[in-house]
Design a binder for this molecule. Structure first.
Ligand SMILES: NC(=O)c1ccc[n+]([C@@H]2O[C@H](COP(=O)([O-])OP(=O)(O)OC[C@H]3O[C@@H](n4cnc5c(N)ncnc54)[C@H](O)[C@@H]3O)[C@@H](O)[C@H]2O)c1
Ligand SMILES: O=C/C=C/C=C(\O)C(=O)O
Length: 490
């Protein structure tokens, strides 16, 4: 049986120093409930000190660096993560209980890619210019320059802790900002390890700051209420985005929000059946369903509905649930008992709403330490109406509801009938239909015959309750910089 060594206490990182908080909170393993570490919680004064340090760093050596010099430093951060690759894997696994293979193939490689991609995009970006002939025969020459926003508050969630923190940090630092980061209280370990890498690389004090704590009435809210911050880049629940928007409204701060989703997968009868079953199993159960892009709504064209439900049931029941270091393990636990209680409340709600339970809907009993963890079984429902709460509300667990449909217009209307607009996956062999439907789906991202295939140069984000703005490629460069236009009369 796997054993996990409890880690040391996790500190804050403020103005180039590792410091204690005003108190500590427990970091509990979702695998078996053991104490992973004790974590420093930042006081409001310490949050203010971090923001002031970040503000001061803008006018120090960091503010004098050229773009290529900053890009080189970002590559050194990526090198530092690579050098401690297995420690980052262990940190993500300790906090989330995810399969080691997932941390090794997704989380840590993407953190490295996030720094390298935006270092290179920043170093190779060009600015706009134009010439305007004047009636008097003169000429106006306009060109733009990118300047840092200033101090950026980076607030990240627990589901892909290192990936989503660095997805923001990479471009924010590459564009010359300084940052104060507040990772989720559920997953402090990899962010703290990243602070060690940043420190070792020698970023000037105050450029990168790390505060731990909670949201309302704690470090998260304190951070959003600091007058010196120029922008907030946030990923998390839609209602949290709304709270942050209110907190920064008086200061009219820039925000980038990547929020919740209730994403659909649509499978047409002409799709590659086996690919669609494998694709929907992945898009519904990947990372134990704890990805904002997961398909919690599945619509299947009626002629293949029964066959598809049976096939997805078979795939779900074949998924290997186990310890992070078990060979072939595919599913870990949910991130916490608190989150499992939320998911189990929807399992109960589904029964009340009259769902047909195809598989799962309960907690696996292991007869070992995992019974103290936060595990649930992958779950499939059918039989609910589109107005059921389980079909409309984000659950954020390994669960999906499958419904039949009869034609394109019907399924398009049902897919778009959502308060969210983040992602959609379409499975069909008809290219024309794929393009026709993809542009009519009200989401920021559409995958066709694929899911969660990522090119970091593409725009990423959602509409409606799923967020505001786009990050990725030049969209990140635009968000994390202030663009000025300079006009010269020649
Ligand atoms: N759209 C995306 O790209 C994306 C990616 C990952 C997760 N998510 C969403 O995130 C949610 C799960 O993550 P979560 O439970 O950590 O979200 P959450 O909103 O509860 O917390 C996210 C972060 O915000 C902090 N926070 C909470 N309240 C705050 C406040 N009032 N002021 C400042 N900070 C505050 C938390 O401490 C945490 O660090 C899901 O809804 C999921 O859909 C979206
Ligand atoms: O849970 C949401 C996942 C978001 C993923 C990204 O932002 C990414 O892959 O860049």
């Amino acid at each position: 049986m796997a054993t996990y060594q409890s880690a040391p206490d996790l500190p804050l990182y403020i103005d180039g120093q590792f410091v204690d908080g005003f108190r500590q909170f427990d970091n509990i393993s979702p695998v078996d409930g053991h104490l992973v570490s004790r974590v420093a919680e930042a006081s409001e004064a310490q949050v203010a000190a971090a923001v002031k340090a970040a503000q001061a760093a803008l006018s120090g050596p960091w503010g004098q660096l050229s773009v290529p010099a900053r890009a080189a430093l970002m590559h050194r951060v990526a090198d530092g993560i690579e050098a401690r690759f297995e420690e980052f894997v262990a940190a993500e696994v300790a906090d989330t209980g995810r399969p080691e293979n997932l941390a090794r193939t997704l989380d840590v490689p993407r953190a490295i890619a996030n720094f390298r991609t935006f270092a290179d995009l920043a170093a190779t970006s060009v600015s706009e210019c134009c010439e305007t002939p004047q009636a008097d025969g003169g000429l106006l020459f306009n060109y733009t320059v990118r300047k840092p926003l200033g101090v950026v508050a980076v607030i990240s969630p627990w589901n892909l802790p290192l990936l989503l923190l660095t997805w923001k940090l990479g471009p924010a630092l590459a564009m010359g900002n300084t940052v104060v980061c507040k990772p989720s209280e559920e997953t402090p370990s990899s962010a703290t390890l990243l602070a060690e890498v940043m420190h070792a690389v020698g970023l000037p004090a105050g450029v990168f700051n790390l505060i731990h704590g909670f949201g309302p009435g704690s470090a998260g809210e304190f951070l959003t209420r600091q007058p010196e911050i120029a922008a907030v880049s946030f990923t998390g629940e839609s209602r949290t985005g709304s709270a942050i928007m209110k907190a920064v409204a008086d200061g009219v701060k820039e925000v980038s929000f990547e929020l919740g989703g209730k994403n659909a997968a649509v499978v047409f009868a002409d799709a590659d059946f086996d690919a669609a079953v494998a694709g929907v199993a992945r898009s519904s159960f990947f990372n134990t369903g704890q990805v904002c892009l997961c398909s919690e709504r599945v619509y299947v064209e009626r002629p293949i509905f029964d066959r598809f439900v049976a096939a997805l049931k078979e795939r779900a029941e074949a998924l290997k649930i186990g310890y992070p270091n078990e060979a072939g393990v595919e599913l870990g636990p949910l991130v916490s008992q608190k989150h499992r209680d939320k998911v189990l409340s929807y399992f109960a709600l589904a029964r009340t709403e009259g769902a047909n339970l195809i598989t799962g809907g309960d907690v696996p009993l292991f007869g070992d330490a995992r019974d103290n963890g936060s595990w649930v079984r992958p779950t499939i429902w059918t039989g609910l109406g589109d107005d059921a709460r389980c079909v409309r509300e984000e659950i954020f667990g390994p669960v999906c509801h499958i419904a039949p449909f009869d034609d394109e217009e019907e399924v398009l209307a049902r897919v778009n009938d959502s308060q969210y607009g983040l992602a959609c996956a379409l499975w069909t062999s008809q290219v024309g239909r794929a393009h026709r439907l993809a542009r009519r789906v009200h989401t920021g991202i559409v995958w066709v015959n694929s899911w969660y295939a990522r090119d970091l140069r593409t725009p990423f984000g959602g509409s409606k309750l799923s967020g505001m703005g786009r990050e990725g490629g030049r969209h990140s460069l635009d968000f994390y910089s202030e663009i000025s236009n300079i006009c010269i009369k020649l």
